[in-house]
Write a protein that binds this ligand. Structure first.
Ligand code: LMR
Length: 396
């Protein structure tokens, strides 16, 4: 039965970690996967996470199943974080939230829900996008469409093209939108641009699916939920995939959430019944540990404040590294002005490096980045940024 099975290529992002680890050179730098690293090149365990881990271990709670939709308190706290504690969406109960296996799991649940419960058949993502968006859509049965987003010539957002392409999509297209810290480009929409997108979604009857994997990495928790809150005020039905992988450094715990915003509590309850079936047929019910950690922090004002501080520390280090890279490139008189790096938000920068230049970076300099030219800025630190800048200048 397996004789005709072909070998598929490795994932272009995840496979970089293995290549980096296998590289014996001391000078090597991992600018591949979107994972926070500190000045010493390690992913720290946040103080708030360490405290929660210890408390949870000491509680010796039995490992019983948790509900298919996840820990109820966790689900409520996710909504409060997305929309604000006193927001109408939360108090009216017209949204339902399901604990998911990371942000990826939330995207998959949302795609399955809209396919099976609402009959959607076309899904669209930006060009470029996080490659898994298109794979998840395709493997969930959708015909995959695309809308332009980035202008390589100007190193920026091509908002006009984005609007033009969205308007051409058929009604009931599931449109994946990066709510902040666009992956891979790092360019986001402003409030006015989001309002225009909301109008297009209304007018063309598109179904928005906001991917919010990096809340807190642009400007702050509230600031980064701007798009989500504008959609909440718009009266549109929409979905949000959110994640604590990045904001809590809880990558391996696979802790995220799918939130579906409907018109009424009754609708939300019906949607939740479908989500339970989607979860049941895929993995039955989620794991508890990551949810308990996040729940403990979000439900306690002091722990929450401490987390916000730790998150700000990560965000500010990334901002400093953006500036350092741009400064180093300028100082060595590189052919290309890299100041655009300081205008992008989140973990990633779209450098404009070609696949061939990226290949040279890994083979000649031990620097690993995604072949589309995306670098994860978190891999930079005070010790390696000058080396990275020199290597970039060399391949340019
Ligand atoms: C990334 O884009 O590097 C992260 O979201 C990790 C992943 O799963 O690709």
């Amino acid at each position: 039965v397996f004789s005709s099975v072909s070998t598929l290529p490795d994932d272009p992002i995840l496979s970089l970690t293995g290549k980096f680890l296998a590289d014996p050179r001391d000078c090597k730098v991992n600018l591949g996967v979107g994972m926070y690293l500190d000045e010493n090149g390690v992913t720290p365990v946040l103080d708030v996470v360490r405290e929660a881990e210890e408390a949870i271990a000491l509680s010796h709670r039995p490992h019983t199943y948790i509900p298919q939709t996840g820990l109820p308190l966790y689900d409520r706290l996710v909504q409060e974080l997305l929309f604000g504690k006193d927001s109408e969406v939360v108090t009216s109960k017209r949204a339902c939230t399901v604990q998911s296996l990371g942000g990826t799991g939330a995207l998959k649940l949302g795609c399955d829900l809209m396919y099976w419960a609402c009959g959607l058949r076309v899904g669209a993502a930006s060009v470029p996008t996080w490659g898994n968006h298109n794979d998840i859509l395709e493997r969930s049965g959708y015909t995959v469409a695309a809308y332009r987003y980035y202008d390589a010539g100007t190193h920026g957002l091509n908002f006009e093209a984005m609007c033009e392409d969205l308007k051409k999509l058929p009604a009931k297209t599931l449109v994946i939108l990066h709510a902040c810290c666009h992956n891979p480009t790092g360019y986001d929409l402003d409030a006015n641009q989001w309002s225009e997108i909301i109008d297009i979604c209304k007018h063309c009857q598109l179904v928005p699916f906001l991917d919010l994997a990096y809340q807190g990495f642009k400007a702050g928790l509230e600031e980064d939920s701007l798009a989500v809150r504008l959609f909440a005020d718009s009266g549109l039905d929409f979905l949000v995939a959110s994640s604590f992988s990045k904001s809590f450094n809880l990558y391996s715990e696979r802790i995220g959430a799918l939130t579906v915003v409907t018109h009424s509590e009754n609708e939300a309850l019906r949607v939740a019944s479908h989500l339970k079936c989607c979860a049941r047929a895929n993995y039955s019910n989620p794991a508890a540990f990551g949810g308990r950690i996040v729940e403990r922090v979000l439900s306690d004002p002091d722990k929450f404040a401490h987390w916000e501080k730790e998150l700000a520390g990560m965000r500010n280090r990334i901002l400093a590294m953006r500036q350092a890279l741009a400064d180093e490139m300028r100082a060595i008189g590189a052919k290309r002005d890299f100041s655009f790096v300081t205008e992008q938000a989140g973990m990633f920068s779209f450098t404009g490096l070609t696949p061939e230049q990226v290949d040279r970076l890994s083979s000649e300099f031990g620097i690993y980045a995604v072949r589309n030219g995306r670098i994860c800025v978190c891999g930079l630190n005070r010790k390696n940024v000058a080396y990275v800048a020199r290597s970039f200048a060399a391949v340019l």
